[in-house]
Design a protein around this ligand. Sequence first.
Ligand SMILES: Cc1cc2nc3c(=O)[nH]c(=O)nc-3n(C[C@H](O)[C@H](O)[C@H](O)COP(=O)(O)OP(=O)(O)OC[C@H]3O[C@@H](n4cnc5c(N)ncnc54)[C@H](O)[C@@H]3O)c2cc1C
Length: 482
Amino acid sequence: MWRPWAGRVRPAAGWATMIRVENHTTRPHHVAIVGSGPSGFYAAAALLDAAASEGPDVRVDMFDRLATPWGLVRAGVAPDHPKIKSVSAQYDKTARREGFRFFGHVHLGDDPAEPGVVTRDELLERYDAIVYAVGSQTERRLGIPGEDLPGSIASVDFVGWYNGHPDYVDLAPPLDTERVVVIGAGNVALDVARMVLLTEADLRATDTADHALDALVGSGVREALICGRRGPVQASFTTTELRELADIDDLGVVVDPEQVPAGIADDDTLAKGTRRNLEILRGFAESGPDPDARQRMEFRFYRSPVEIRGDGKVEEIVLGVNRLETDDSGRTRAVDTGERETIPTGLVLRAVGYRGLALPGVPFDEDTGTVPHTEGRIGEHSDDHRREYVVGWIKRGPTGIIGTNKKDANETVRHLLADLAEQTPVEHPDDVEDWLRDRCPDLVDQTGWEAIDAHERGRGEPGGRPRVKVVDRDELIKVSRP
Ligand SMILES: Cc1cc2nc3c(=O)[nH]c(=O)nc-3n(C[C@H](O)[C@H](O)[C@H](O)COP(=O)(O)OP(=O)(O)OC[C@H]3O[C@@H](n4cnc5c(N)ncnc54)[C@H](O)[C@@H]3O)c2cc1C
């Protein structure tokens, strides 16, 4: 029999190269994927695709610390972007394939005595390989005084709150403020700014978690001020997200014409996407905000947060005014001019980036917040981790769009398959599921998740919403066991 992967350890080109199998065995390989976001699902699909063609017989068990799969597609992507969230249909398809199992409420941790926790060593005993797909679970810090005052909130928490992530249900952001200051000039900054400004009708059509929906509808917010450290040229918004602002009901967009002067988009040394963004921003600067709009979104570039102030809660933020300097390598950086602006506000949303968290027993680079690897293989950096791999944000950092994770996962899986072909499968006990159920009393399996999914969609139907999310852990368990 001819199989593509066996016979060499590090294929230089595509894994489909046909090579004779040296160590064929009839026992299937079992792969544990930790994390059920896009990267985990793309890795699972690539493994099952290989198994379905001429690859090794591979079974996939996917674990998530939450009861629900899809990672940031459920708990990150903005609720007013249902089309983007609909990518989850692909993941459902993968989940229904033979050889795939989902186990929610299983946390990869370090204390096996803690209910719901399994350890790396325990997985290595039972699986031929582990793929870490855990994303970037925390925030980058600003490192300024007042950052931890009540009312200064990381976008990780705020986004989790409105998307119904069970960890953030009790956040209670102070929305009784007229102005929200958003720090950051990327898509997450735009998402959170939009979410605090959307009209009631727009919000009620989404799957925003009910606790957040009520708070946002009743909020006193009229303005979101988006502050970018550098200029409009360096901002990392995507064109679609900028362009859609013009179509949002009751929203006036404010851009200072001096910050985005006429002709700024004509520089043909700039990337096409950047030039399109500059044209859109320039359009906003020229037209000015709709005078009838009740809500206002203002972009203010060349501003860095210097201090957040208040008596027991956020009352104002001090911004430093920057100018740009380009160094010899062509890198543009913001330099403080010493000038200051003080802006009254009750809510500061910090959207300056996500950051990975170290996993127990797994190498971690503190500088980048990622797991060191070579094309997804952790074993290239540490002999003790020869059967461990990474995909997605924990592999390459919090960049790129959902689709970027597919190419990234394919790269890792290509190497994983080549390595599996060199390995004799480990003894994978038949009773892994019993072991898991014993260790994780709140376990939610694929059938349980499908029950949650159907329940949420059903609850959404009468109001014309995609779903009404269940956010309470106990209720999730109850619904998963009808
Ligand atoms: C606010 C926001 C909005 C975004 N909007 C868009 C958009 O509109 N369009 C777009 O293309 N991209 C968007 N993205 C980017 C996209 O969400 C990411 O590219 C993608 O989710 C990264 O996938 P991932 O699998 O690496 O991580 P994640 O999606 O974060 O998935 C990681 C999973 O691992 C689980 N996990 C973590 N630790 C453990 C553990 N110890 N044990 C068990 N499970 C664990 C988590 O619960 C989670 O389910 C957005 C990102 C953010 C933050």
